[in-house]
Design a protein around this ligand. Structure first.
Ligand code: PEP
Length: 250
């Protein structure tokens, strides 16, 4: 059985005051039926991990370097994230692929580094609108999967987030059939590559404009094991009903 996961990506948002949102979130879900992960900016990871110690909210990073140490000004290694209190890291988000020219090969190397440091890698995949309109979605996902996911992946240390780029931050939600088609495709390929046991155990999140008012329709789609939530994860009053909707599904 896969445990459901509600993951929040704060992106470049959040100052010390925002830690109150984590306290409120944990208070609203003292004994959640699902896993909760919040990925604040790196500046808040250590404090967030302290705030959430003993509470059912885990903390993650939003990126890591491929190397453990070295002359890489401004970068953070997976080991540093782990040392700050993170247990997971988002990798290959489309904003990093676009803003920083991250390729799937780089994402795979980062995921390998995350695994070596004992972090769970949340690897993001997704097509652009032009790719979808050209009926290339599944080819794009297949290519991103084979290049971005390292062989070190297991059901415990890998989560896939399917995030159509055109749905991120736009308020445009794919319909259930579109989400289902991609999630089923990802599941089949994970099972083929990692075997039915591990492949069936790896969680697949949907991400892109998940809000309190549409979360339940997303979570009813088969092979959706939770969500990666951007904007609506910043405030406990928005993220909390999404977590509740996930707890109430399946
Ligand atoms: C994201 O960027 O990972 C994301 C899902 O953003 P939003 O929920 O704001 O669309």
């Amino acid at each position: 059985m896969r445990r459901k996961l509600a993951a929040g990506n704060w992106k470049m948002n959040g100052l010390t005051d925002s830690l109150d949102e984590l306290r409120s979130l944990a208070r609203a879900h003292p004994d959640p039926a699902v896993d909760i992960l919040v990925c604040p900016p790196a500046t808040l990871i250590a404090q967030a991990a302290q705030v959430c110690a003993g509470l059912p909210v885990a903390i993650g990073g939003q990126d890591c370097h491929t190397e453990r140490t070295g002359a890489h000004t401004g970068d953070l290694s997976a080991e540093m994230l782990k040392d700050s209190g993170a247990c997971a890291v988002i990798l290959g988000h489309s904003e990093r692929r676009e803003d920083h020219g991250e390729t799937s090969d780089m994402v795979r190397a980062k995921a390998r580094a995350a695994h070596a440091a004992g972090l769970m890698a949340v690897i993001c995949l997704g097509e652009s609108l032009a790719q979808r309109d050209a009926a290339n979605t599944l080819d794009i996902i297949a290519a991103q999967m084979s290049l971005s996911i390292p062989d070190t992946s297991t059901a415990e240390n890998l989560v896939i987030a399917y995030e159509p780029i055109w749905a991120i931050g736009t308020g445009k939600l794919p319909d259930a059939a579109q989400i289902g088609e991609v999630h089923d495709f990802i599941r089949t390929r994970l099972e083929r590559r990692f075997g039915p046991g591990a492949g069936r155990g790896m969680r697949i999140l949907y991400g892109g404009s998940v809000k309190p008012n549409n979360a339940d329709q997303v979570f009813r789609v088969p092979n959706v094991d939770g969500a990666l939530v951007g904007g609506a994860s910043l405030r406990a009053e928005d993220f909390s009903p999404i977590i509740k909707a996930l707890s109430q599904t399946g």
